[in-house]
Design a protein around this ligand. Structure first.
Ligand code: GLN
Length: 313
């Protein structure tokens, strides 16, 4: 029955939260000063089913920086504008096997960003989204993210200031890509729009709804608004499988068996096509930049509900 299904999910989330809230290890990102000061004990988990049921446990109302998870969602918008072939050719859809802000990956792999889910590729992706001017372009990106969340999102101003003051490395990457012909807007404007997209505040529940768009064939499971053509959903999920958790994307897939995406704010999402999205948030990160508690929680849920996409049963 519907009741027992709902009860099971609520109980599983409660159990998962209880089980991993004391899991220590990892540390907040500190290369962006704002992120170092987010309380490390925050921990929230949410599931949104493809038909729009919402389940939550823990700190699912707390707004934190979406960071790199925005890369997968902004890619949806760029995919709609330029199509998958342009993404594959101009940016690349492979794994870098290197840190998310690697310059070496660009140099080694034919001077292209390699993946839309590393900083270089995400800035190039952002630059493919056109607007009449810089501010209007940013509004288009923000409106798109809001449509995915099903509510108006906004930039966390203190986070944005903190990122913008310390993003010299990203600006350098943007300039380098421009020199190699892999930027489709002014590189510093693209870097700024990217920095804003990373500074957007979301809750764990928002992330589950946003990822729910990918679980539901491109339609927001709550508002029922179509965000992405259904035929592009597998392309986004393939890119996430390849690079969603950076150098340890393979390790993640090996254990969890689901396309995922992480951000240095402590969020992680996972998508079960046609069924549900899972999102978790907790600030302490492993050395690669993935939230320790969020990964453990999603891994546990994937095992408990037998969600691994590579499993025959
Ligand atoms: N804004 C961050 C950066 O550009 C996002 C990185 C991340 O979440 N991995 O460095």
């Amino acid at each position: 029955t519907v009741t027992s299904f709902a009860q099971n999910y609520n109980e599983l989330l409660k159990e998962t939260h209880e089980k991993f809230k004391g899991l220590n290890g990892g540390a907040n990102a500190d290369y962006i000063p704002f992120l170092a000061n987010v309380p490390s004990n925050l921990f929230g988990i949410s599931i949104v089913t493809a038909d729009g049921k919402v389940f939550e446990a823990g700190d699912t109302k707390y707004e934190f920086g979406i960071e790199s998870i925005s890369k997968a969602f902004v890619l949806c918008k760029a995919m709609m504008e330029v199509g998958p072939d342009s993404i594959a050719h101009a940016i690349g859809v492979n794994a870098t096997g290197m840190p998310f802000n690697s310059v070496i990956a660009i140099e080694l792999e034919g001077y292209s960003p390699v993946s839309p889910l590393v900083n270089a590729g995400a800035m190039a992706t952002n630059s493919m989204i056109k607007g009449p001017n810089k501010d209007a372009q940013w509004q288009i990106v923000l409106n798109h993210l809001s449509d995915m969340a099903g509510r108006p999102l906004k930039v966390l101003d203190e986070l944005y200031k903190s990122e913008a003051a310390t993003n010299q490395h990203n600006r350098a990457i943007a300039m380098l890509l421009d020199a190699y012909g892999h930027m489709w807007a002014d590189p510093i404007d693209a870097c700024d729009s990217y920095t804003k997209q990373c500074s957007v505040g979301v809750t764990a529940k928002d992330l589950a709804v946003m990822a729910g768009v990918l679980a539901n064939g491109g339609v927001n499971p709550i508002t029922k608004k179509r965000i992405l053509d259904e035929k592009y959903v597998p392309k986004i999920l393939a890119v996430m499988s390849m690079e969603g958790l950076y150098q340890t994307s393979g390790t993640w897939l090996f254990h969890v068996g689901l396309p995922g995406k992480s951000g240095v704010g402590g969020g992680v999402i996972a998508v079960v096509p046609g069924r549900m999205a899972i999102a978790a948030f907790s600030p302490p990160l492993d050395p690669v930049g993935n939230s320790v508690r969020s990964m453990a929680a999603i891994n546990y849920i994937s095992e408990k509900l037998n969600l691994n996409l590579y499993s025959s049963s």
